[in-house]
Design a protein around this ligand. Structure first.
Ligand code: HAM
Length: 431
């Protein structure tokens, strides 16, 4: 049988040598979102297809063209999540989390699936980190959410990412705006692509994010939603900007941002960069006051964002941000003979309990090959245990970089003493 060794187009592996890069950004996201009071939510990778059709919107590209949908053996239509918001909203409603007090602040890491044309920064399986806030209409929540996204991007060292902001109003302003859009695009009926023609009646705002070059050109001069906002939406938008100004978060108002998903109302925003090509949006989000109603639940005004982890890593690379690799082996114990092997086994357990990374030979190599391996993995210290060391119950701990050695007893004090030695040898360490 032929070996199956090719991954599916548009998917990526994260190999053991690369994973520290992911863990680095994930840790920053966890820490930062915790400091804003978010707690993690985990939802299934697949949901009823209807959830996304209703939540994300029937006329969106995601629902019309990009979902991984299949019938189960039980005859149910299920879909691999194309994004995290709908599933999290479903869980909030299903578990009546609003009974426990509002707002609810949830964070998540999710893998997402969209059947898009793969290119740099655009995958069919990709990963998002997201924050969602349920149960507030206040513009302070919008500003706080944007502030959380900015803090994360700052901590990742992403300087060349800019914030673009818009308001797409409430259903009331949207109705007026939709009429204006129908009038405008109606005049270009014979030049619009087929999908856009079908969207013209149902949801004309979707024409603004059509990917066809000709439709894009037509959309350039289309009416702007910002000119159709009702007083309430305008005030909301001004308040959001006021709070962002108060903490010095820079933004530009971009009236062309409408987002590709249907649930948005009022504030929408994107963090964008020019460093990684055409797919330069690293984070997108906004308010979605009507989503919970749309899903058949209570009226719970909400908002959130999601960042693409692959794109963030691309920007970090493009900017030359160095990601520290803390997964370095502190101690490698090379062994000769059975007694040494057993001793190493128990010493290493204690060293690991001190929070250090420690290894020994688990392959059955000779001493030279073991030391070669220690070198290869970049072990900071090594110990060679042979019959002599076992007899004297003492061994030399060697700094692999400087060659310096110290002697330690091979008893219960070994792990503690070794940990202190590691700390004090660390150039960046100060008492
Ligand atoms: P979205 O703009 O569709 O929004 O996706 C959010 C982010 O996911 C994008 O800014 C991008 O970084 C990343 N992304 C999207 N598609 C791909 C892809 N094919 N390949 C790689 N990365 C991709 C949402 O998904 C909303 N659920 C965000 C949200 C949360 N709004 C409110 N709460």
């Amino acid at each position: 049988m032929a070996l199956i060794t090719k991954k599916i187009k548009g998917t990526e592996d994260v190999l053991p040598k690369q994973s520290y890069r992911w863990q680095f950004i994930e840790q920053i996201m966890r820490e930062e979102s915790k400091s804003y009071g978010f707690k993690e939510i985990r939802t299934p990778v697949f949901e009823h297809t209807e959830l996304f059709a209703r939540g994300v919107g029937q006329t969106t590209d995601v629902v019309q063209k990009e979902m991984y949908t299949f019938d189960t053996k039980g005859g149910e239509s299920v879909t691999l999540r194309p994004e995290g918001t709908a599933g999290a909203a479903r869980a909030v409603l299903e578990h009546s989390l609003d009974n426990e007090g509002l707002p609810i602040k949830a964070s998540y890491f999710v893998s997402c699936y969209r059947y898009e044309k793969p290119q740099a920064g655009r995958l069919r399986e990709f990963h998002q980190f997201g924050l969602e806030v349920y149960g507030t209409q206040s513009p302070v929540a919008d500003a706080e959410l944007i502030c959380a996204a900015q803090s994360i991007l700052d901590r990742l060292g992403l300087e060349q990412v800019r914030l673009e902001l818009n308001s797409i109003g409430c259903p009331e302003c949207r109705a007026k705006y939709n009429r204006a859009l129908r009038d405008y695009f109606g005049a270009y009926r014979d030049r619009l692509c087929e999908t856009c023609l079908s969207r013209l009646e149902k949801n004309p705002m979707r024409l603004l994010d059509c990917k066809s070059p000709e439709d894009k050109k037509i959309a350039e001069n289309a009416p702007k939603i910002i000119d159709y906002l009702c007083e309430d939406c305008e005030n909301h938008f001004s308040e959001v900007k006021k709070y962002l100004d108060a903490v010095g978060i820079k933004y530009t108002v971009n009236p062309t941002i409408v987002r590709g998903l249907d649930y948005y109302t009022k504030t929408v925003f994107e963090f964008v960069t020019d460093l990684i090509g055409a797919q330069g949006t690293v984070c997108g989000g906004g308010r979605y006051d009507g989503l919970m109603d749309e899903l058949g639940g209570k009226h719970i005004p909400s908002l959130g964002f999601a960042m693409g982890l692959e794109r963030l890593l691309m920007v970090m690379d493009a900017q030359g941000v160095e990601i520290p690799d803390n997964d370095v082996c502190s101690l490698y114990i090379a062994t000769m003979g059975d007694a040494a092997k057993v001793k190493a086994f128990s010493l290493l357990r204690q060293v690991r309990e001190c929070g250090l990374i420690a290894e020994t030979d688990v392959v059955g190599r000779g001493l030279r090959a073991q030391m070669k391996y220690a070198d290869k993995i970049g072990a900071r210290f090594s110990v060679v245990l042979g019959d002599n060391e076992i007899e004297q119950n003492r061994a030399k701990v060697k700094n692999m970089e400087t060659g310096e050695q110290i002697e330690l007893d091979l008893d219960d004090s070994f792990a503690d003493k070794f940990s202190v030695h590691v700390l004090t040898s660390d150039k960046s360490f100060e008492f």
